[in-house]
Design a binder for this molecule. Structure first.
Ligand code: HEM
Length: 313
């Protein structure tokens, strides 16, 4: 993500330093707002300020280069390069945009991928079906003399989409949303006064047994059933499990504030799963569990053992 946003290469000292600050920032984002020495909140404020200074410095360097007419293909095509050249955003708006995208686009996708790695070994039949789907895609590409995955390949990943949806439903990377009533609202017999904050808990919807059969069970095939049901109008109306309904599945939120990166996130997960199932066998090295405190994480870092498969493709 940092590479696409600011052309930061993984492993180099400045990226690692930014990562360290980012982790401290994340730990204090949802914490009691006590600006006292040693608190997570205070440390997060300090890290946020360090990150903003870092982005500001990068911006100044870029502006200098642009003035001198120095071209850099990679930097000109990253997000920072694009906004500097083609937008009229103020410095403050650019800083806010870059920080928000680093925040919104990094943790969510990487935790979702970790959750897929965590759930799948408990469902060997799903791994088998994924392998079949991706082996077929890889075989067709080889026949066509192509190597890199493209949009048409992605569109063929139908079962993979079921695995992604199920991972997002059960994993609940984002557990609740933030809303504020802009006027007095009466909803299902409840009065919500103007100005009150409302936190819709999407995790509660995703784990509701009235909406999802055996909601704690990782079952990617439920999404195939859902597709089948929605194509069969008559059966949908008599079913309890209307999880094709947008209000019952909203890992990316909804309405005008719907996640801006939802399609990118699913694409990232699909590409990762493609390479994972084609090339590797993996298992959990020790028992670990996903915890939400407040962001979903694995206390032990989800250690896995990985073995390379001798693929015949
Ligand atoms: C699996 C990964 C992801 C999940 C589960 C996720 C989830 C969410 C959720 C629940 C929201 C709040 C929506 C609302 O309030 O209704 C949101 C907002 C947002 N997300 Fe994501 N997200 C993911 C990945 C990404 C990525 C990869 C990017 C960008 C590269 C991104 C950018 C954003 C932005 C910019 C917003 C704010 C949208 C707005 O307020 O207008 N997200 N995301």
């Amino acid at each position: 993500m940092a590479k696409h946003i600011m052309s930061l290469d993984p492993g180099v000292p400045e990226t690692e330093q930014l990562k360290k600050e980012y982790i401290t920032f994340m730990k204090g984002v949802v914490s009691p707002p006590l600006n006292l020495p040693g608190t997570a909140y205070r440390k997060a404020l300090q890290s946020r300020s360090t990150i903003l200074k870092f982005i500001n410095r990068k911006m100044d360097e870029r502006v200098e280069k642009m003035k001198e007419g120095i071209e850099d293909l990679e930097e000109d095509n990253d997000l920072l390069g694009w906004v500097l050249k083609h937008s009229n955003l103020s410095t403050e708006q650019i800083l806010d945009l870059i920080l928000s995208l680093l925040f919104a686009g990094h943790e969510t996708s990487s935790v979702s991928i970790a959750l897929a790695i965590y759930f799948l070994p408990g469902c060997p039949r799903a791994i088998q079906q994924l392998r079949e789907e991706h082996t077929e895609i890889a075989r067709a590409k080889k026949q066509a003399g192509e190597t890199d995955l493209n949009w048409d390949d992605y569109k063929k990943m139908e079962f993979t989409q079921c695995v992604i949806s199920e991972t997002l439903r059960l994993g609940n990377v984002v557990r609740f949303l933030h809303r504020k009533a802009l006027k007095d609202v009466r909803y299902k017999g409840y009065d919500i006064p103007c100005g009150w904050k409302v936190l819709p808990v999407i995790a509660a919807v995703h784990l509701d047994p009235l909406l999802f059969d055996h909601p704690q069970h990782f079952n990617p095939w439920r999404w195939q059933e859902m597709k089948q049901q929605s194509s069969d109008q008559s059966s949908t109306s008599s079913s309890n499990y209307n999880y094709g309904n947008n209000n019952s599945f909203m890992p990316f939120g909804g309405g005008p504030r719907l996640c801006a990166g939802s399609e990118l996130a699913k694409l990232e997960m699909a590409v990762f799963i493609h390479h994972l199932v084609l090339n590797y066998h993996w298992e959990l090295a020790e028992k670990d569990q996903a915890f939400a405190f407040p962001f979903v994480d694995f206390p032990k870092g989800l250690p896995i053992t990985v073995r390379h498969l001798n693929s015949c493709i």
